[in-house]
Ligand binder design. Structure first.
Ligand SMILES: Nc1ncnc2c1ncn2[C@@H]1O[C@H](COP(=O)(O)OP(=O)(O)OP(=O)(O)O)[C@@H](O)[C@H]1O
Ligand SMILES: Nc1ncnc2c1ncn2[C@@H]1O[C@H](COP(=O)(O)OP(=O)(O)OP(=O)(O)O)[C@@H](O)[C@H]1O
Lengths: 216, 216
């Protein structure tokens, strides 16, 4: 499981913390105001009150120890960029920042964010795609046990066809597409031969994927 | 394609309008302030300036003619509930409202919203699920041509097995799961026999799905 640092417990930060905790991850929450954290404190692995634009406070968090650091302060451009940039300087491995407009997105990416999330834009796009089309569903959410993910072919599959390996029955995975040289080839035929340089995009359940990982 | 009414051109409303337009839908935008709409006016099918808590203004929009009506006013609880409720009274077919906190979500659903979107919560949950797990990807976004959606078996498939129908090669669709009585059965075997009362969750590209629809 992962260790996650979440700075800024607004609405986005709070739901982020709750979901990471629900999924069994170790979460540390930080906010300058204690009130935002009261409900979460019994659930979080660690909690700290402090202003993260203060370098001493930020230093004390041990940011480089976390798998992922989040900066969830959308409404203050300067603060969020400052904190994002400092986290990177302190050796944070992966920094995800929340933006509240496109300009904000741009500057965060230029100043240390490995990834930026802009909730209004993301959920508006998703809603339009889903409602614009007949019956389109966000399948991943239908079945929390069912994953769609990217993985490499097993060594023992290289040179064999999908049919020969019999991935569906032998391994419980469904190959949706094959990615090679950044190109995606959908619904590969059963005669497709596995190659070392490709990535498989598969649908599978957690149990089967875990046992697949154990076979690597 | 669909006809969409979007009331409230804040950030969520703006990206919603842009994406629906990009996907070829007919969009009417409404806001009490003209500035929010200037960039969109050349692209939208229709635009109106007006306060939608004013019943005359709301009446003039012809809400019942649209496939979907959106109320994208997150920061004013009363206004968004008022407008949502009025739209339903005016015969709107499907009303989607934006909420900015859980209480807001609850009241919107109780007062006319067929569906509520809470961007901060939705994108926080999605980010946590994706980053909590190794390699999990939001596959739908990888390939905008590739859809995951729900559909019925064709009449001519009923009573036959997946293998007999040869859905993958003959129809270009990949059956991820079968839904029956609200239960989801993942990765159905090739021997599964199609029944009239089930829903198929499939992965396919737009072209193949369109031709599938034409065979119904
Ligand atoms: N310098 C700081 N150090 C620590 N926490 C901070 C700092 N500045 C703001 N915060 C906290 O971050 C949280 C989120 O901030 P803010 O409300 O500005 O962001 P937001 O993105 O608009 O929030 P939401 O997720 O609700 O949309 C607040 O609880 C606030 O107390
Ligand atoms: N009564 C009204 N009639 C028409 N438009 C309105 C009305 N009230 C608010 N609006 C418009 O709705 C838009 C969005 O409102 P507001 O900023 O309150 O929502 P928001 O959900 O916080 O926005 P965002 O999508 O940016 O997060 C604004 O452009 C505003 O002018």
């Amino acid at each position: 499981k992962k260790s996650v640092l979440i700075i800024g417990i607004g609405r986005f930060g709070k739901y982020l913390a709750l979901k990471f905790i629900e999924l069994g991850n170790e979460v540390m929450i930080v906010d300058k105001s204690e009130d935002t954290m009261t409900d979460l404190i019994p659930l979080a692995a660690n909690a700290q009150i402090g202003d993260c634009t203060n370098l001493e406070v930020l230093n004390s968090l041990g940011a480089s120890n976390f798998d992922i650091c989040f900066v969830c302060i959308g409404s203050n451009f300067q603060t969020s960029i400052e904190i994002t940039s400092q986290l990177k300087d302190l050796g944070a491995k992966y920094v995800v920042a929340k933006a509240d407009r496109e300009l904000h997105e741009k500057f965060l990416l230029r100043n240390g964010a490995d990834e930026v999330i802009f909730p209004e834009k993301e959920s508006a796009n998703k809603a339009a795609v889903r409602l614009s089309s007949q019956n389109i569903i966000d399948f991943i959410e239908l079945s929390p046990e069912y994953y769609i993910l990217e993985t490499n072919p097993l060594e023992q599959w290289i040179g064999k066809t999908i049919a020969e390996v019999d991935v569906r029955d032998k391994y419980g995975i469904n190959i949706l597409a094959i990615k090679r040289d950044n190109q995606i080839h959908q619904l590969p035929s059963a005669k497709h031969v596995f190659r070392k340089d490709e990535q498989l995009i598969v649908a599978t359940n957690k149990t089967d994927f875990d046992s697949l990982l154990n076979k690597k």
